[in-house]
Design a protein around this ligand. Structure first.
Ligand code: GTP
Length: 599
């Protein structure tokens, strides 16, 4: 296939607008048949899937399509992650393309992540083809969506292709639009020799690490010695080819082509996504993509519910990190919760995914501390300290000032909910940046909000005040000075380190009260009176009391039958395992969970 007949593109969309469904539809329509052997690749790969019992990621592959001119085109559909937490990953995948299909659900219109993804494609200098999806639904409003695309994205609404990924309506016209609108790969830069971008990688049991690449200049052949411009090191090309759901080896990949390379690397962590491959014998001078270190934005402590599971947690984290270079962690120990890890995440979704995978794939029961952001703490005579664990908060007397991260939040909502959303933003210490109407009934609101407020009940409250209609996107904006204090929780005079948190001074009392009320509900009576206190800098700002126990629990059973007494004792023993001792007070695991859930 000549370069003029190659189309490299991605599909970008707000979550649930139908990206995977459309990708599957395109692949099913496209001929995955190998032109030479006549073998049908889709069936082949399904067999592999069945045999190995694994799910092959189906939304990233090459396929052929015959255009209206009767000529065959090669389409390379490149998968991108769909969420804001993974912006950098999206940019990296987009760097391998010439164009994108920007998918908009005709029943929902333009949403917050439609815009965020649109800007990423714009920055990457890609051709953007708007596609209006789900036109099979009775509530689809194609004209309104066209108008929104025109108004909020500045793209031509009339050029937008209406389709249904699910029923297949008009998808063939979309194929032709891809040929007509999305540019062919650019001419190669002869001065650079060979260059290919590594936009993804995964581990294959048979081959080791498979790097997915887009060749921009020159040619990379089987048997070549290649090097990574950033990571260094020389590796042989053991196998090179294209991915048509299954891997199809070729002799080489040329400028403009997308495929994979296998170089005998055994550990995904050794591959830097975004790196540039070049020939060891004639290395290029300029890398293709600006490599960026991704910085975690949100931190939390992660502890096994059962202390014996710490080695399993460590092993599981190590395994997970092989597939997720953005995941960072270091050991942490807490007086209340024992041994665990301090974990950094790209954002809230990333945090949820990591915790869910640990619980599901590794069978771990986990306890997480309230998420925290990274604070910058400035002193009079010492260098600045970055703090992401409230337990390490320094002596307030030494602090000159504290700065906290702010994010720029973009919300799109039906305008009838605007009042409630503005109230929520005000409650969250937000500052208005701008507001504008995307059409007569849809408003876009942009605010600066402290990230710490975003990770505390923001999304749920936004969804509830907008009856589920508002969508949200945010990105880091800047560090700003704030009046922040460390809130400590004391049980019977002992500080519970895992419950310490950093809060805005104005919110300290409310937060403190919430936490101690939760604790009071979950801690049972002891032989003595227990005080539960919230304190800031040694000063108690809220207090609850649990009165002392009057009678022995087992007293009732004395004289009763022996088996009943044993049962009760066994039950108490079982319960003990799930208790944490703080000083002389037993705090049940649920107490921690309930407190953390409010945060
Ligand atoms: P994420 O992977 O979560 O980002 O979602 P996505 O954008 O990939 O959406 P997906 O393809 O999973 O579709 C989301 C939902 O919309 C699913 O329930 C689909 O069945 C449905 N859907 C997708 N395309 C269409 C369509 O053209 N018409 C109708 N009626 N439903 C569709």
């Amino acid at each position: 296939i000549p370069r003029s007949h190659i189309r490299n593109f991605s599909i970008i969309a707000h979550i649930d607008h139908g990206k995977s469904t459309l990708a599957d539809r395109l692949l099913a329509l496209g001929k995955l048949t190998d032109e030479r052997t006549g073998k049908d690749q889709i069936l082949d790969s399904m067999d592999i899937e069945r045999e190995r019992g694994i799910t092959i990621k189906s939304n990233s592959a090459s396929f052929y399509w015959k255009g209206e001119n009767g000529e065959t085109y090669l389409f390379n559909l490149i998968d991108t992650p769909g969420h804001v937490d993974f912006t950098y990953e999206v940019s990296r995948s987009l760097a391998a393309c010439e164009g994108v299909l920007l998918l908009v659900d005709a029943t929902q219109g333009v949403q917050a992540q439609t815009l965020a993804n649109f800007y990423l494609a714009l920055e990457a200098d890609l051709y953007i083809l708007p596609v209006i999806n789900k036109i099979d639904l009775p509530s689809a409003d194609v004209e309104k969506t066209r108008a929104q695309i025109e108004k909020s994205l500045g793209l031509s609404g009339t050029d937008a292709v209406p389709v249904s990924g699910k029923s297949g309506i008009n998808v063939e016209a979309l194929m032709q639009a891809i040929i007509d609108k999305i540019p062919a790969p650019r001419e190669q830069d002869a001065a650079q020799g060979a260059r290919a971008l590594v936009f993804d990688a995964y581990f294959d049991t048979y081959r080791g690490v498979v790097e997915k690449i887009r060749v921009f200049d020159g040619e990379i052949k089987k048997g070549d010695q290649i090097s990574f411009m950033r990571k260094g090191g020389v590796h042989p090309v053991n196998e090179i080819g294209i991915s048509q759901l299954r891997l199809v080896p070729q002799d080489s990949l040329k400028a403009g082509e997308v495929g994979y390379v296998v170089t005998g690397i055994k550990n995904v962590a050794e591959v830097m996504l975004g790196d540039t491959i070049t020939l060891a014998a004639k290395p290029a001078s300029v890398p293709l993509f600006k490599y960026k270190e991704v910085k975690p934005m949100v931190f939390s402590g992660l502890f096994p519910v059962n202390g014996d599971d710490y080695p399993l947690l460590k092993e599981s984290m190590d395994k997970l990190a092989l597939n997720d270079p953005a995941l960072i962690y270091e050991p942490e120990s807490s007086e209340a919760l024992g041994f665990g890890f301090r974990v950094g995440y790209l954002g809230l979704l990333h945090m949820e995914i990591v915790q869910e995978r640990l619980e599901r794939e590794f069978g771990l029961a986990l306890l997480t501390t309230a998420p925290s952001v990274t604070y910058h703490i400035y002193f009079q005579h010492k260098p600045m300290m970055t703090l992401n664990n409230p337990a390490e908060f320094p002596d307030p007397g030494d602090i000159d000032r504290i700065e906290e991260p702010y994010v720029k939040v973009a919300i799109i909502s039906p305008s009838e909910h605007m009042g409630a959303i503005l109230q929520l933003l005000a409650d969250k210490r937000g500052e208005n940046v701008s507001m504008n109407y995307l059409d007569t009934t849809t408003v876009q609101i942009i605010y600066l909000v402290p990230l710490a407020e975003m990770i505390f009940e923001f999304y749920d409250r936004l969804k509830s005040v907008s009856r589920g209609y508002a969508s949200l996107d945010y990105e880091f904006a800047e560090y700003r000075r704030s009046t922040l204090v460390k809130l400590d929780i004391l049980v019977h005079g002992n500080k519970v380190d895992a419950l310490s948190m950093i809060v805005h001074k104005s919110a300290a009392e409310t937060r403190g009260r919430q936490v101690i009320e939760q604790l009071k509900e979950h801690i049972s009576k002891h032989q003595f009176v227990i005080a539960i206190q919230a304190a800031v800098g040694g000063k108690v700002i809220a207090r609850e009391t649990i009165s002392a126990l009057r009678k022995n629990v087992t007293a009732k059973c004395y004289g009763g039958d022996i088996s009943r007494k044993r049962k009760l004792l066994d039950k108490q023993k079982e319960g003990k395992k799930r208790m944490k001792m703080i000083g002389s007070v037993e705090i049940p695991q649920e107490a921690f969970l309930s407190v953390l859930k409010t945060g």
